[in-house]
Design a protein around this ligand. Structure first.
Ligand SMILES: [Zn+2]
Length: 492
């Protein structure tokens, strides 16, 4: 529909004459105002923000396919034609307001009138958002493409074929329907804006601009953190690993020798690495299990790829300590080379969260080294002496450590990043044994508070909803059911 209320329609015809193609109607009366000399219309017309109309057709003339994709002004004056441009779908307007994106007929693939061509297997019309991303269905899920070059930003395997054009709601959720009857909803939860990302790269002295959504992840936070009796049990064995997306791994990997904490094959199997945790995490696979393993049972943090000596940055503004005790590793915290930051909490007796970094190379008592932050944020020092002295105040985003491989057992170098929520004991579900693990013994937390590890990526698993249950949440975060504590998306 045009801004003046005119309605434009493509009217399929059988022959070239009389023209039954692009028609313009009075939106009030439905009276036909004009018909463009164009027939066999095949696609719905699309109008850009300059009032130009775009539509195309594709037809088989008995010997070969013919087609065209044309442009008119709003009075149906013909502006241009792209002859032999076989087009079978309504074009999608790009964020610039005039470029278009459209699907060609089978064999031509995804041939845009935009900046690039991309062959591939697509099963729906594309949609665009206002920041240069394209969403499109595939025979196995949903893909998000970079509008500038067609490269894949992420893909998500649903296991069925997305057949409807993905739509984006006002609150930023993406919906798409599949031939299985499922409707999928994807979206980033609203951010609490608590945490700066602790890494810029996974290599020492490099700045790859990592964010919480682009940094490669080795191990997810396990939302299925029960022991073999079904009670809450960090680092215990329930043979199941659940990511924040609801993606579940449940198959024991016999190649991994680390007891039940082994890697698990994701279900359903992905169609090649990396597994993309749309739209905010790129999973690269377990430490030893390859790319299709979801590590690991009972894991209370997120393991980011970080080779030995990678620079680590403060996620919050607060005070640095090297704790003797930590909920879920107990009094062996020093063996894990744990650094904690207690966030500033003016006017409140306790902080809302405690931030932990594990396996650090730069740890209390280690030889002092000077490390350069090549691109320090305002207020941060370029040259930092590590380890940071205990009790020193640090600003979010400033260099505070280097990653390492220190642990009581063999580990490859990585950064284990853990967030614990500080809550009153009444918030924790005692009946599942959660309190036994969550009682804080941190001297910087006032008495009678519990500390419960939480997933800084939150929980979005309940957004994948069967069409028969739209509007009804599913059983929700299994971790919350065990502990009483909800995980929220905390990244800035
Ligand atoms: Zn870890």
């Amino acid at each position: 529909m045009g801004p003046d209320g005119s309605v434009y329609a493509m009217c399929p015809g059988q022959d070239y004459y009389p023209p039954t193609g692009l028609s313009k109607f009075n939106g009030q009366t439905g009276t036909n105002i004009g018909v463009a000399a164009y027939s066999r219309g095949a696609t719905e017309p699309m109008m850009d923000n300059q009032g130009r109309l775009y539509a195309g057709f594709m037809a088989f003339n008995g010997i070969f396919y013919i087609g065209s994709y044309d442009t008119w002004d709003s009075n149906l004056n013909h502006l241009s034609a792209n002859w032999m441009d076989y087009t079978t779908s309504r074009a999608t307007l790009m964020p610039d307001g005039w470029s278009t994106l459209k699907l060609g007929y089978l064999g031509l693939g995804f041939r845009g009138a935009y900046y690039w061509d991309l062959s591939g297997s697509w099963s729906s019309l594309p949609s665009t958002d206002n920041v240069g991303k394209i969403y499109i269905g595939t025979p196995t899920g949903v893909a998000c493409l970079n509008a500038n070059d067609g490269s894949t930003k992420w893909s998500f395997t649903t296991g069925d074929t997305i057949t409807t054009q993905p739509v984006i709601s006002n609150n930023g959720l993406l919906y798409a329907g599949a031939n299985s009857g499922n409707i999928y909803a994807f979206g980033r939860p609203s951010s609490r804006g608590v945490l700066s990302f602790p890494l810029k790269s996974h290599v020492p002295d490099r700045d790859d601009g990592y964010t919480s959504s682009t940094a490669p992840v080795n191990s997810v936070f396990d939302h299925s953190m029960a022991d073999s009796n079904g009670q809450y049990g960090p680092y215990k064995c329930d043979q199941t690993v659940a990511a924040f997306t609801g993606l579940v791994a449940s198959h024991y990997n016999p190649d991994f020798v680390f007891g039940c904490r082994a890697g698990y094959t994701v279900t359903p199997d992905p169609h090649g690495p990396p597994i993309s945790f749309l739209p905010y995490m790129t999973y690269r696979g377990g430490i030893d299990g390859g790319s299709n393993h979801l590590y690991y049972d009972g894991h209370t943090g997120v393991d980011y790829q970080a080779s030995y000596g990678t620079q680590v940055f403060a996620s919050v503004t607060g005070t640095v300590y090297y704790p003797r005790y930590m909920v879920d590793v107990g009094y062996s915290a020093p063996a894990f080379h744990v650094m904690e930051i207690i966030p500033d909490h003016p006017g409140k007796p306790n902080p809302d969260y405690i931030i932990y970094y594990l396996h650090l190379k730069t740890y209390k008592g280690q030889q002092q080294i000077e490390v350069r932050d090549r691109d320090p944020l305002p207020g941060c020092q370029e040259y930092v002496s590590l380890p940071i002295p205990e009790g020193q105040h640090v600003q979010a985003g400033c260099l505070v450590a280097q990653s390492g491989n220190s642990a009581p057992y063999f580990t490859r170098s990585h950064l284990h990043f853990e967030v614990q929520k500080v809550v009153p004991p009444s918030a924790v579900l005692c009946q599942f044994g959660a309190r036994a693990y969550a009682i804080c013994r941190d001297p910087h937390i006032l008495a009678v508070q519990d500390c419960v590890p939480v997933d800084p990526y939150g929980w979005t698993g309940n957004l994948v909803t069967n069409s028969s249950e739209i509007g009804v949440a599913d059983s929700g975060d299994p971790y919350q059911q065990l502990t009483g504590i909800a995980s929220e998306f905390l990244w800035k």
